[in-house]
Design a protein around this ligand. Structure first.
Ligand SMILES: NC(=O)c1ccc[n+]([C@@H]2O[C@H](COP(=O)([O-])OP(=O)(O)OC[C@H]3O[C@@H](n4cnc5c(N)ncnc54)[C@H](OP(=O)(O)O)[C@@H]3O)[C@@H](O)[C@H]2O)c1
Length: 240
């Protein structure tokens, strides 16, 4: 039985990852800022899943959460994140632009860096850290979100070399379009969905369970020599 922490585990991809580990018989802690999705996911997934509420991008909140997180951790999945530009007004000044860029860097890069650093000494030999990038880091169009996810990939290489000496892997998953998440804040249209599907080789959207299956593999003993990598899960919409 593994001890697993999934940030952003109340919804979307993180929820599917929590469900997959719970199904394996593991103990799972999910985290997020809003109490409602966390409570609902705990109720749905049953007794092996519990929630700890904190903002992963706020150093003080991460520190305060530490006593509630497991002392020994086998798998850390940093799924918390998203494109903070979605639904936001266009910046009207350099100050607003700076704030918008910092929001995406906080949500996607700092959230993973802070939680991983805070839990570093609780990760055990044979463990795995899985971070999240996006296809958006490899294509034009998403500005500060793309840059923040590219930074996750760059940081992960250093992380892998730090953790490798303790027999712990660190990898990044870069999903393409994944349906049935809160990522698009209700703004995904049928036309856009069809366009994104048309970019793939297999003609379908990704699902949270596609990503959960990749996470289970990366956390398995058979994947222990895979580290410092970015794994693309996008149906062929972009080739690495
Ligand atoms: N869906 C896609 O098509 C897609 C594609 C490529 C990459 N991704 C990446 O996949 C990851 C999971 O996203 P998703 O698609 O599952 O979207 P989602 O349903 O919106 O899930 C994101 C989760 O992260 C949590 N979160 C966000 N910021 C946080 C913070 N500062 N502190 C703590 N929790 C935070 C959210 O909960 P609270 O708001 O309650 O905190 C939410 O539960 C993200 O890193 C995203 O960038 C998604």
């Amino acid at each position: 039985m593994r001890q697993v922490v999934v940030t952003g585990g109340g919804t979307g991809i993180g929820k599917a990852i929590a469900a997959a580990f719970a199904k394996c018989g593991d103990q799972v802690v999910i985290t997020g800022r809003r109490p409602e999705p966390l409570a609902q996911t705990v109720a749905e997934l049953g007794g092996s899943v519990r929630a700890v509420r904190f903002n992963a991008a706020d150093p003080k909140q991460v520190e305060q959460a530490l006593p509630e997180l497991p002392d020994v951790i086998n798998v850390l999945v940093n799924s918390a994140g998203g494109n903070t530009d979605i639904g936001a007004a266009n910046p009207a000044s350099l100050s607003e632009l700076a704030a918008a860029w910092r929001a995406n860097l906080d949500a996607n890069l700092l959230s993973a860096v802070l939680v991983t650093t805070a839990l570093r000494d609780r990760l055990v030999h044979g463990g795995a850290v899985i971070n999240f990038s996006s296809i958006a880091a490899h294509r034009p169009g998403a500005g500060s979100y793309s840059a923040a996810k590219a930074a996750v990939e760059a940081w992960n290489m250093t992380l892998a070399h730090d953790l490798g000496s303790d027999g712990i892997s660190a990898n990044v998953i870069a999903p393409g379009f994944i349906d049935d998440t809160e990522f698009f804040r209700g703004r995904m249209t049928d036309v856009r969905r069809a366009a994104l599907r048309a970019q793939t080789a297999n003609g379908r959207s990704g699902t949270p369970s596609d990503i959960a299956a990749t996470v289970l593999f990366l956390a398995s003993p058979g994947a222990s020599h895979i580290t410092a990598q970015t794994i693309h899960v996008n149906g062929g919409a972009w080739s690495s």
